[in-house]
Design a protein around this ligand. Structure first.
Ligand code: C2E
Ligand code: CA
Ligand code: CA
Ligand code: CA
Length: 272
């Protein structure tokens, strides 16, 4: 009891979680210093030709011979604020890689980079990006920035003006995980985006889910009418691919073509 009308509960479970959280944050800090973070790359293929038209950069944490999934450590990084430092690392290595691939003449498309909400609204983002363009010698048009509906939700006005500024510099903007957030339709109307990525949850089991078929068909149609590029995420089977092709999807990303792979393997694939 804290007195007056307030009291609080204490449990050993909460304490254990707090300790685990602190330990993870400490090792994540060390991971940045010790270069345990590395970008993997997954191709995005044009639906009709199967040609690689872009690449998404996906972060990996190699910790004591284990691979820790970004689904685990990105939320942790966001909560602790480490995401800004990690985000800078991701931007810097992705810019360096896309510059190299353009110089080698093996990639004509873009490299897509995931931006977390906190990174997007960080005061310095525009300056950071401009400096990185200068430092790396990259053109903004080689870079695609992936944002999610949830980062728009927090502060729509700010995000809309930020995205307009980013587009003005020449960056290409994608809406990731499309369909899993809120108010998707008003965002389509108000956000300056170039591309929609339909979330994997609508693609999985598409054969047995007539509702998903209708949603996917309609979203493809909607994007086309609005002049937005449309990609399907998490395509694994020939059946999924042919359904999407039939319904005129622009591009496809998924295990059907390739899993995310280390930089050198992606380089080989691009050369081939
Ligand atoms: P995401 O941006 O939606 O990335 C797609 C995820 O789906 C990736 O998981 C990818 O490996 C996986 N995937 C791709 N194709 C298939 C498929 O055919 N089947 C299945 N089952 N999965 C597929 P990953 O690499 O584990 O990344 C998970 C999430 O972590 C990402 O989801 C993204 O939200 C976040 N993330 C990854 N890298 C970064 C980063 O550099 N910065 C930030 N802020 N977030 C990142
Ligand atoms: Ca993504
Ligand atoms: Ca996604
Ligand atoms: Ca996702």
């Amino acid at each position: 009891r804290l007195g007056k009308n307030s009291f609080s509960f204490y449990s050993s479970k909460l304490k254990k979680e707090a300790v685990e959280y602190t330990q993870m944050v400490t090792s994540l800090k060390q991971a940045i210093k010790n270069s345990e973070l590395e970008l993997y790359f997954q191709p995005q293929n044009e639906a009709e030709s199967g040609k690689i038209v872009g690449v998404e950069a996906l972060l990996r944490w190699k910790h004591k011979d284990k691979m820790i999934s970004p689904d685990v450590f990105i939320p942790l990084a966001e909560r602790s604020g480490l995401i800004v430092e990690i985000g800078d690392f991701v931007l810097r290595s992705a810019f360096k890689t896309v510059k190299k691939w353009h110089e080698m003449g093996i990639l004509w498309g873009r490299v897509a980079i995931n931006m977390s909400a906190r990174q997007l609204t960080h005061l310095n983002l525009i300056n950071t990006l401009k400096n990185m363009l200068k430092e790396s010698g990259c053109e903004a048009s080689w870079i695609e920035l992936e944002i999610t509906e949830s980062s728009v939700l927090e502060n729509p006005e700010l995000v809309i003006s930020l995205l307009e500024e980013l587009r003005g510099i020449g960056f290409y903007i994608s809406m990731d995980d499309f369909g899993t957030g809120y108010s998707s339709l008003s965002y389509l109307k108000n956000l300056p985006i170039n591309k929609l990525k339909i979330d994997r949850s609508f693609i999985m089991n598409i054969r047995d889910e007539p509702k998903n078929q209708i949603i996917v068909k309609t979203v493809i149609f909607l994007a086309k009418e609005l002049g937005i590029h449309i990609l399907a995420e998490g395509v694994e089977t020939e059946e999924e691919r042919s359904f999407l092709l039939l319904n005129k999807i622009d591009s496809i990303q998924g295990y059907y073509y390739a899993k995310p792979m280390p930089m050198k393997d992606m380089e080989k694939l691009l050369q081939e």
